[in-house]
Structures are given as C-alpha cells and as structure tokens.
Design a protein around this ligand. Structure first.
Ligand SMILES: NC(=O)c1ccc[n+]([C@@H]2O[C@H](COP(=O)([O-])OP(=O)(O)OC[C@H]3O[C@@H](n4cnc5c(N)ncnc54)[C@H](O)[C@@H]3O)[C@@H](O)[C@H]2O)c1
Ligand SMILES: O=c1ccn([C@@H]2O[C@H](COP(=O)(O)OP(=O)(O)O[C@H]3O[C@H](CO)[C@@H](O)[C@H](O)[C@H]3O)[C@@H](O)[C@H]2O)c(=O)[nH]1
Length: 455
C-alpha cells in the first residue's frame, strides 16, 4: 500500500515536468507524441509557421503509422500544444529538447546551424533553471559548445545543464522504437540532470544508460556507422554471389544464425538511403578527419553504397541495350517502406540515371506522390502499381512495400510492353518469375543474367 502511494506521488511529480520540444520533424513529433502518451505535457515549437498551422488543425506533416491518431488523441487531452513561440515554450518548460535538423553541408560535415541558432534563443529566453537536452545527431564536443553558447547568450545568469540524449528510432516503426527501444542513452556529468532525466524516462520501462556527453554523442555515430557497415558488407557479398552463383539471402540467413552476427541489417539490395545513414557516415568521416584520422572502413561503406545504387541501371542497360526512348516503370519512391521520406532514396539515383540515358519514367508509390518537383519535372506519377507497369519496357522495384509483395504478377506481365523486371529488394523468386515469362533480375542471387551466362 505504502509502495503504491510512493509510486503515485512519484508519477504525479514526473507528470508535472513540463517539456518543450524544438523542431517538429520526424524525431520531434514522434518524441512529443510518445512523451504525451506517457502522461507528460509537451509544447512543440517550430519556426515553420505552415507546419504549426497544420499540426494545430490535427494534420500530421509526415506519414508514420498511428502518429496522426495519437497526435489528435493527445491534443484533445490537452497534453500536446503546438506553437512558433519559442520564448513561451522555454519559459513554460523545465526540460527543453532540441530536435532540429543537422543536415549535411556540401563539404560532408554536419551542419550545426539549426542547433546553434535554437540554443542562442533558448539562452535568451531562460527565466529559471532549465535542462537543455540535445536529441539531434551531432559530432562529439557539441554538448560543450552548447554550454558555451548558452553562457555567451544568456541575458540573466540562470543555472542550467546540457544533456546529450541521442535518438535511435527508425522511420516507419518510429512509435514502436520509441516505446520499446533497446536502450535510452543519457549523456551528462551532472547529478541533478541525471536524476531528472532518469525520472523523465522512468515510465518508458527501458534500459537507461547513464554515460558521459562525449560517449552519448559518439554512440549515435558509431551505431549508425556500424549498421551501415553491415548493409554494405552484405551488398558486397551479394555482388560476389552474382559472380559465383551463390544466394545472398540464404547466406545472410545462415550467417545471421550466429548470435554474434545476428540476422538484422543483412538484407542485400540497392543500397541504404534515408535521412541518417548517408549523412551520418559522411559526418563521422569528416569529423574524425579533423583530428587527422582516416576512417577507412566507413569510407569504403559509402563507396560500396554509391556503387550499389547503380546496380539496377547496370542490369537495365545489360538487358535492354538501349534505354533511349524506352519507358521504365518505377515501383516505390520512399527510401524504405512505411514512410513518405525520400531523402537520399535510391529512387533518386535510379530516376536520374534513366533520364540521363534518355528513358521515360512512370512512377508509383503507395504514399509518396512526387519525389522532387524541382529536380525531376518529367515523371509521370500514376495512381496504382498496375498503372505504373502498363505499356512499359521494364520495371524496377525500388521500395519493398507490402503492396508490391501482393501484386498479381500474371496481370503485371500482361500489362507490360516488355518483360524485364528488376527487383532491387529481392521480394520475388526467380523460378516463379521465369515461369510467368519474365526476364527477371535481382540482387545477389541466380537470375536471368546468371542463366544467360551459364547457357
Ligand atoms: N529522421 C530520423 O529518423 C532520425 C532518427 C534519429 C535521429 N535523427 C536526428 O534527429 C535530428 C532531427 O531529425 P529530423 O529528421 O526530425 O529532422 P527534420 O529536418 O525533418 O526536422 C527538423 C525540424 O526542425 C525545424 N527547425 C529548424 N530550425 C528551427 C528553429 N530555429 N526553430 C524551430 N524549429 C526549427 C524545421 O522546421 C523542421 O521542422 C537530426 O539531427 C537527425 O540526424 C533523425
Ligand atoms: O538490411 C537492411 C536494412 C536496411 N537497409 C536500408 O538502409 C536504410 C536505412 O534503413 P533503417 O535503418 O531501417 O531506417 P532509418 O529510419 O534510416 O533508421 C536508421 O537511422 C536512424 C537515424 O539516425 C536511426 O535512429 C536508426 O536507428 C537507424 O536504423 C534504408 O534505405 C533501407 O532500405 C538495407 O538496405 N538493408
């Protein structure tokens, strides 16, 4: 009974911690909704007025399963608030979480200007002790820079702490990842901040790892670089499999049975894309170069990935000999299924290369309605997968959406003008496709190319 009473008092105190989240991108929105779901009151701030207007109307600017419903549920219970007014958010909150973008600069470094500008303003608006939490992915040493920036920009000298709290969610499974993550990393050397942060995350029921700010910042880059390395490694194995007639899916499955390797992140394909791996691997190289360190493995990971994105075009030009004047159907534009994000999607490289070769594009994605209006003005976007394959000379499958796994492949080949099908994600089987009359190409497995050569 007494235990329960203590628990309820602790929970009440915890729910009283008011949070502001600056930046309503993927990370900001998912974190906000999950904190609200766990009972906290969250004020979300963005300097993009249009986004805030939409969010206030209950419209989610990104596609992520369940996110819009959870947003509206928590908005109704007044746990979520959206504003462009940073001063109001800072002054009403105990913890301010920075979740703005850290995109790649043309020279490969992480662009910290959004983090810096937000920090300067938070400093100006402080009215009492605050904890500033950095969730954006930043190079080691940024926590110290943030401390200095706050000191330099404070109008009155209020006490504060800066915590590094990297985010590990994946797009497409972001809510699940936040609610059931493998670990929550809290980087701080300060006891007061450590206690408050531990309380903040107490009811997420996950392992809370307390470490130094430098470790926390490095953990994020090391995790992403390691996962990217696994993907490039299996893609190289796939390339060798194509030469020797082995099957990369079988190999990945069996090496993954070794717990030290694990089956995760061993799906060969057309390279990694997205908002994180491409920029974070480059930022890690650039950041370590600053210390005179040559990060050879990660450099190769990027090189292998760039090469992998060209595989579908290599297969297309081998099969078609001339792409000029031909129409290619593209299935999938998002960098992975269950998201509308096209940042660094392999689809961009593929479409670009086809257009350079004089080919025409018909494209369909279940969620993305256009990829980049400015760069690609000559794409016919269609409403169904069947429209995308109608009268085309070849099809390239870019994103492994479930919808594509359920396509009527007999109907597809009947609708097509040609019979070339390039499966960039290995979702079909050669034997079935061959029987249906396709010239079928995939990644790291025996396909039409292998049988043509061995004939
Ligand atoms: N996207 C992911 O899956 C993911 C996962 C883990 C970590 N991260 C990291 O988290 C950070 C955020 O990523 P994201 O994809 O959510 O970013 P994003 O670029 O999609 O969104 C950033 C948001 O910050 C807002 N913003 C920029 N400057 C601002 C300012 N001065 N005041 C208020 N708002 C401002 C922008 O308008 C935008 O809405 C990045 O560092 C990223 O590397 C991203
Ligand atoms: O076996 C695999 C797994 C992934 N991918 C590709 O790798 C990219 C990234 O996929 P994934 O990691 O699932 O998505 P992200 O949302 O980019 O998530 C990564 O990047 C986030 C931002 O830093 C981190 O928080 C996550 O932990 C990390 O997985 C995509 O293009 C996938 O198609 C493969 O090619 N093969």
């Amino acid at each position: 009974m007494i235990k329960l009473l203590f628990y309820l008092i602790a929970k009440r105190r915890l729910l009283k911690v008011k949070i502001a989240i600056v930046g309503t991108g993927y990370v900001g929105l998912v974190s906000a909704v999950c904190f609200a779901e766990k009972g906290s009151r969250v004020i979300c701030v963005d300097n993009n007025e249009e986004k805030i207007k939409q969010l206030n109307k209950g419209i989610m600017p990104i596609y992520e399963n369940d996110l819009e419903d959870m947003l509206n549920k928590n908005k109704c219970s007044k746990r979520l608030e959206f504003t462009t007014d940073l001063e109001y958010a800072v002054q009403k909150s105990d913890i301010i979480i920075i979740a703005v973008g850290t995109p790649m600069l043309p020279n490969g470094h992480a662009d910290l200007s959004q983090v810096e500008s937000v920090t300067e303003n938070i400093a100006k608006f402080m009215n009492e002790y605050k904890i500033i939490v950095n969730k954006s992915t930043v190079p080691v040493g940024t926590q110290k820079k943030v401390i200095k920036l706050i000191r330099d920009n404070q109008i009155n000298e209020y006490d504060f702490d800066v915590v590094s709290n990297p985010e590990f969610l994946r797009e497409g499974t972001a809510i699940y990842d936040t609610m059931h993550g493998d670990r929550i990393v809290i980087g701080t050397d300060n006891e007061r901040a450590r206690k408050i942060m531990t309380k903040l995350y107490a009811n997420f029921n996950q392992s809370i790892i307390l470490t130094s700010p430098e470790n926390a910042e490095m953990i994020k880059y090391a995790a992403n670089a390691f996962l990217a390395t696994k993907i490039s490694f299996i893609n190289e194995i796939a390339n060798i499999c194509e030469i020797v007639g082995a099957d990369v899916q079988e190999i990945a499955k069996i090496i993954g049975m070794d717990k030290r390797i694990s089956p995760e992140f061993l799906s060969a394909g057309i390279g990694f894309g997205g908002a994180c791996f491409p920029k974070d691997t480059k930022a890690l190289i650039k950041f370590t170069e600053g210390f005179g360190y040559d990060f050879k493995i990660v450099k190769s990971v990027i090189e292998v990935n760039e090469n992998q994105k060209t595989k579908p075009i290599e297969k297309l030009t081998n099969a078609l000999s001339c792409v000029k004047g031909r129409t290619i159907g593209i299935l999938g534009l998002a960098f992975k299924p269950n998201t509308d994000d096209t940042r660094e999607s392999p689809a961009i490289t593929i479409i670009n290369d086809i257009q350079k070769l004089g080919g025409k594009i018909k494209a369909y994605d279940p969620i993305v309605k256009d990829i980049d209006k400015i760069k690609f003005d000559n794409i016919e976007y269609v409403d169904t997968a069947y429209d995308a394959v109608k009268d085309v000379d070849a099809v390239i499958l870019v994103t492994e959406w479930d919808e594509f796994k359920q396509l009527d492949l007999k109907k597809v080949i009947k609708l097509m003008k040609g019979n070339i099908f390039i499966d960039g994600r290995n979702i079909y089987k050669y034997t079935k496709m061959f029987k249906l009359g396709y010239e079928y190409y995939c990644i790291g497995k025996k396909d039409s190319q292998y049988y043509k050569k061995s004939r």
